[in-house]
Ligand binder design. Structure first.
Ligand SMILES: [Zn+2]
Length: 74
């Protein structure tokens, strides 16, 4: 798809690393599927993937971890 930020590049699917910080917890998700703009590098995550990330980050918050490295698996 065409990039909504720079309006020049096109996105291609790839895997990215997402860092989420909430309260005292930092979560690093690796291998997250996303569309990445080849021109400006803007990352687009689908709402489905985003929902998964939020769900798993809530689990980690309940466990009170301070830092966790997670592999995203669909
Ligand atoms: Zn772009």
């Amino acid at each position: 798809m065409k990039c909504a930020i720079c309006k020049n590049g096109v996105t291609k699917s790839g895997k990215i690393t997402v860092v989420l910080e909430k309260q005292q917890t930092t979560l690093i998700f690796k291998g997250v599927p996303a569309e990445v703009c080849e021109n400006c590098g803007e990352e687009y995550i689908s709402s489905e993937v985003n929902g998964q990330l939020l769900k798993r980050s809530n689990d980690a918050l309940e466990r009170n971890v301070s830092l966790e490295l997670l592999q995203y698996a669909a």
